[in-house]
Design a protein around this ligand. Structure first.
Ligand SMILES: *Cc1c(COP(=O)(O)O)cnc(C)c1O
Length: 416
């Protein structure tokens, strides 16, 4: 079970909404820092442990700066994400560049920043060599295919477009070795929003076993494994957060058995979690515009799917708190809708909520990762502001809301 609480009172949120019109996403700095600190603390046994925050989950430089201060690197997958990491002061090997179907200029940018490049395919070895030159350090992304089961969001590994096959890994590292690459990493990402801690232990065990085989067969030495992101969060109150210390204990046992015992210590452990770091600490705040009573009861709010795509895209559950009415019985079923001309623009379907009035503030939980980030402009919808609830309780706007001028900025109105 997970208590679905909010880091402000109804009166405080009303005051915030008085200065910053809804809808907006608001992030809780204190809680982000606490979660961020918990991760390395759980892995003190692991030499050179590092978390590279997946920038795509919450691409705001103020959030990246907070995470940099907590010792995190950045996992980037595009040119703008690389530049964002750089602007937040994250540089060199504190950046992991995990992309796929990558354009040449992005490899050149990653090279010039000194980022750790993680290749998605064996054909990218000659491509990178030609377009940007091979660096001294390279990482390859493994896709275990039918050797591993996937999960609902990421799908089955053999249907996933990412990564090298097992056979290609052996060929790939051999080519790199023969071309003079000296430093090696091994990466995989096979789960998304996974709540079973054993999944991540199995992933590390799989990579440790592969490192042992590859090291022996090719006579190369690995610096790190990267188990990717994908630790889930309890979106639903009846779910429970992943027990990180249990994940750590499981991985430590695999490390002793497969790495230490074979004389391959030290081998660093890297992760690139996004969701579990910021997800639970962001909230989409929206006002009730209309109440509609037809074949169902509807609450129409001023946010829409353009501000949070997960419910419409995955049918994902996001908890909703009606501010100031937390103690009232949730005895009426509502669909909570936005204004897109799409019937899947619903934040909740047949959700029991307390009685709601126009003007009430609704807080949609767990929007700190893959929330604002997945926003879009369909139907002429403008993306919202992002706010930061700072350590001293004050609120800072860390991104303004889009205006119609932003929406028009790429259009050419001349000669109409
Ligand atoms: C999306 C992604 C992540 C982060 O995933 P979370 O579910 O947010 O932890 C990490 N690595 C790669 C390669 C990704 O594509």
């Amino acid at each position: 079970m997970t208590a679905k609480t909010v880091p402000f009172s109804a009166a405080e949120l009303k005051r915030i909404a008085g200065r910053h019109p809804t809808p907006f996403h608001i992030y809780d700095e204190k809680a982000i820092r606490e979660t961020a600190r918990g991760l390395p603390r759980a892995f003190t046994w692991a030499p050179g442990f590092r978390e590279y925050f997946a920038v795509k989950a919450c691409p705001n430089p103020h959030i990246l700066k907070i995470l940099r201060e907590e010792g995190f690197g950045a996992d980037c997958s595009s040119l703008p994400e690389l530049l964002l990491a750089q602007k937040a002061g994250i540089t060199g090997e504190a950046i992991m560049f995990t992309s796929n179907d990558t354009p040449a200029e992005e490899y050149r940018q990653a090279r010039s920043l000194g980022a750790v490049i993680n290749l998605d395919d064996i054909s990218h070895i000659p491509f990178l060599a030609q377009e940007a030159g091979l660096p001294e350090l390279l990482c390859l992304r493994y896709n275990p295919g039918p050797l591993r089961e996937g999960n609902a969001i990421i799908g089955k590994p053999e249907e996933a477009k990412y990564g090298f096959t097992r056979q290609q890994l052996f060929e790939g590292y051999q080519v790199l070795r023969d071309r003079g690459v000296k430093r090696f990493g091994l990466h995989t990402m096979v789960a998304s929003n996974e709540l079973n801690p054993q999944y991540f232990v199995d992933t590390a065990r799989m990579l440790y076993g592969l490192v042992a085989e590859l090291s022996e067969k090719l006579d190369i030495r690995f610096e790190f494994i990267n188990i990717g992101g994908g630790i889930g969060i309890p979106y639903r109150p009846e779910q429970t957060a992943v027990d990180i210390p249990a994940v750590s204990r499981g991985i430590a046992a695999a490390y002793d058995e497969l790495i230490r015992a074979r004389g391959l210590h030290p081998l660093r452990l890297y992760m690139e979690m996004g969701r579990m770091i910021t997800g639970p600490h962001g909230f989409l705040v929206t006002s009730v515009l209309h109440l509609k009573d037809t074949y169902r009861k509807y609450i129409g709010v001023d946010a829409c799917m353009a501000n949070l795509m997960r419910p419409g895209m995955y049918g994902a559950y996001h908890h909703i708190t009606v501010m100031g009415k937390q103690d009232r019985p949730a005895d009426t079923l509502f669909d909570v809708t936005g204004s897109l001309c799409e019937n899947n623009d619903k934040f909740a379907v047949q959700r029991p909520l307390p009685p709601v009035e126009r003007g009430d503030l609704l807080v949609i939980h767990d929007t700190g990762a893959h929330g604002y980030a997945m926003g879009f402009n369909y139907n002429g919808k403008l993306r919202s502001a992002e706010l930061l609830l700072q350590l001293d309780g004050s609120v800072r706007q860390i991104r303004r809301a889009e205006t119609v001028e932003d929406y028009f900025a790429t259009l050419d109105f001349k000669g109409l």
